[in-house]
Design a protein around this ligand. Sequence first.
Ligand code: IPE
Ligand code: IPE
Ligand code: MG
Length: 249
Amino acid sequence: MPERKGSDHAGTPPEADTPAHVAIIMDGNGRWAEARGLPRLAGHRAGTENIRSVAQSAAKAGVRYLTLFAFSTENWSRPDSEVSGLLEILGGVIGGETEQMSEAGVRLNHIGRTDRLPKPLQEAIEAAVALTQDNQGLVLSVAFDYGGRDEILHAVKRIVSDGLKPDQLDESTLERYLYTDGIPDPDLIVRTGGEMRLSNFLLWQAAYSEHYVTDVRWPDFDEGEFLKALDVYRTRKRRFGGLSPSGAR
Ligand code: IPE
Ligand code: IPE
Ligand code: MG
């Protein structure tokens, strides 16, 4: 057991230009399973197995924040059997992984709604977040029942009910009402499974994120693939609407 939580990747300084925050749309589980003649839920299980190793790769590479899109506000429209399987898998991960993740210094966080989740799952999420809140390693946010539009609407409703006046509202105030309060915007958004869309993920926060899409399906997205995404990120010139330092382009 490491003496200081989060110390397992201390001492390996990140390469220059390592993104502080990587967010991943973990897509392609169903197709991964179908290609193997397996039920879709087998793909979700294999995808879930992959979370631990990608979280370790991220921490090792010096990434500080990792956000994983696990279930969208639109995913409730899937067949009941798939939805209940996914809820069960999430419960299993929390039960089976939290302690080990905590020992590795990971701070767990949930973004999205909890009110539509079964009560025991809500409690398990709360407990995992509480247990790991003082950890100093990777901040791992799981987006479950998350939608970017829902998040913005939820923020606006709370702003209205708090009675804020228009001149009290600016971007950073609004950000404090988002589920991602305290977490910097993602530098890099990775999508596995090949689709070139956000599917309602981090709509506000993605304003200046770099995008990386790979055809590799989530269960096959290993450390090598993760490092490839970081390498591509390092070749990007982020301008945020200004000019690059050389002024050339
Ligand atoms: C992503 O995999 C996981 C969830 C959306 C819950 P999919 O289930 O969307 O996999 P594909 O896109 O059908 O292959
Ligand atoms: C996005 O994948 C949501 C998650 C990965 C949790 P979807 O499979 O739901 O996205 P669409 O339907 O292809 O846009
Ligand atoms: Mg999909």
